[in-house]
Design a protein around this ligand. Structure first.
Ligand SMILES: Cc1ncc(COP(=O)(O)O)c(C=O)c1O
Length: 432
């Protein structure tokens, strides 16, 4: 039995037992969802990916708009109702007597939550810090590493702007040297990417910055292979996991990286403003926290959590999102997202002028895809899709990347994607 399968069954059993504690699971939709999960528990992920009865039931666990089709789940994901309920419950509780309920009651959940996140990430709880988002996690590393003038960092023009800005700020302040790679995505060849990183490494390289899933088009970078090349040369590896954690089915240590940051409000469906930092145990001591701690060079991962007062309701409701994610099943989610992408892309390929700018092969891609229509301005098409079909997508212009990004989620149904296709088809016809 695989680790994921074990995790799934353990958590499903636990959640069913707790159904009375979470109002959603006692509602008609909640009970139907639990029953559906029971009925489908032995169906393999690949087979389940196209089973609309199952996924329609999953959709009922969300409170998403029944009229507007949201295909920008890459920006931030809506939370399942059970997570929203938990935030509201914990927030009301906090407001009865903030210092008591936040610091003496809810904060007691911090260590169990750390353990649950660590189980989800496949690492030790002593390697997980809970924070607010990927930016905070990665900037902790970018600003916390002991780098000197002349030290080199290898990164790409296609990394996320916040991270690029953070590195540029260090370049300006400390005189580190940024070595830029630029890729023409999509690329369905790991070696090309790994070799580009490897050939940029020198004796002065201290860090490789690797975006695991490129947010602009869903390209998956071979993070582990890059990490192996880097670590063989004593170079630290920082992975931006904003779009990979809980979208792809993997354990963080499999990547062999030193640092990994992610936002839990993306693919885990946790409350807005929740994130996580992984630091390989032996790397904790040398990494300074962004918010000062009593012992900044301690080996305790908790030194990265000295943020001051924040919402404990948001933090504690992360656990409900973990339950929900494991109940659906990480592998099932990954396969469903790939299925949805394949579904609309295959149909869209029949439209004259359609161009896909994302990898088609599942090994190099995920649920995120970028497309354009020949001779059409992305912004105008994006506006048309929303105005005429109420389909929300993201027009993107960044470096050498140009197109409209489409990101479904587990609650997206083929008929939602049908609206997107209808809009693209109509627009393409008006341009003929
Ligand atoms: C690749 C990547 N890194 C970092 C971030 C920053 O995430 P957050 O705004 O949650 O900090 C994003 C957000 O979309 C992203 O796509």
């Amino acid at each position: 039995m695989s680790t994921n399968r074990r995790k799934f069954l353990r958590t499903l059993a636990g959640t069913v037992g707790l159904a009375g504690a979470a109002p959603f699971y006692s509602s008609a939709q909640g009970e139907c969802l639990l029953e559906t999960l029971r009925l489908y528990q032995d169906v393999p992920a690949g087979q389940l990916a196209g089973d609309e009865t199952f996924w329609r039931q999953v959709k009922l666990a969300y409170s998403v708009s029944p009229t507007i089709v949201n295909l920008n789940n890459g920006g931030v994901s809506p939370q399942p109702v059970v997570v929203q309920e938990a935030v509201e419950r914990y927030n009301r509780m906090s407001n009865e007597m903030p210092t008591y309920y936040m610091w003496r009651v809810l904060d007691k959940g911090r260590e169990p939550l750390r353990a649950r996140l660590a189980a989800l990430a496949g690492c030790s709880p002593e390697e997980i810090a809970i924070n607010r988002n990927t930016s905070e996690a990665l900037e902790t590393v970018i600003f916390g590493l002991p780098l000197q003038a002349g030290d080199e960092v290898v990164l790409t023009r296609q990394d996320y702007p916040n991270m690029i800005n953070a590195w540029k700020q260090r370049e300006k302040r400390d005189g580190i040297v940024l070595k830029w790679l630029s890729f023409d995505f999509p690329i369905e060849d790991d070696n090309r990417i790994v070799e580009a990183f490897a050939s940029a490494f020198t004796a002065r390289t201290k860090v490789a910055h690797v975006t695991h899933v490129i947010n602009w088009n869903g390209q998956v970078l071979p993070a582990r292979k890059i990490a192996q090349e880097a670590r063989r040369r004593g170079i630290g590896v920082l992975v931006d996991g904003a779009h990979s954690f809980c979208q792809l089915d993997f354990d963080i240590p499999e990547l062999e990286c030193d640092y990994f940051g992610t936002s839990l409000h993306k693919w885990l469906g946790a409350p807005f403003g929740s994130g996580m930092l992984y630091v390989r145990q032996e790397k904790i001591t040398d990494l300074y926290p962004l918010f000062a701690a009593p012992e900044p060079d301690s080996s305790d991962i908790r030194k990265f959590e000295h943020l001051g007062t924040r919402s404990f309701a948001i933090e504690q409701a992360i656990a409900q999102a973990i339950d929900f994610h494991l109940m659906i099943g990480p592998e099932r989610k990954q396969e469903r997202l790939r299925y949805l992408k394949r579904y609309w892309v295959e149909e869209a390929r029949k439209i004259p002028g359609f161009r896909l700018h994302s990898p088609a092969h599942p090994a190099y891609g995920c649920g995120i895809a970028l497309f354009s229509l020949e001779g059409v301005k992305n912004q105008e098409l994006g506006d048309y899709l929303f105005r005429s079909h109420q389909v929300h997508t993201v027009p993107i212009e960044w470096e050498n990347i140009s197109g409209i990004r489409v990101t479904p989620n587990v609650y997206t149904l083929p008929e939602d994607l049908g609206r997107l296709l209808e809009g693209i088809r109509e627009y393409a016809e008006t341009r003929r």
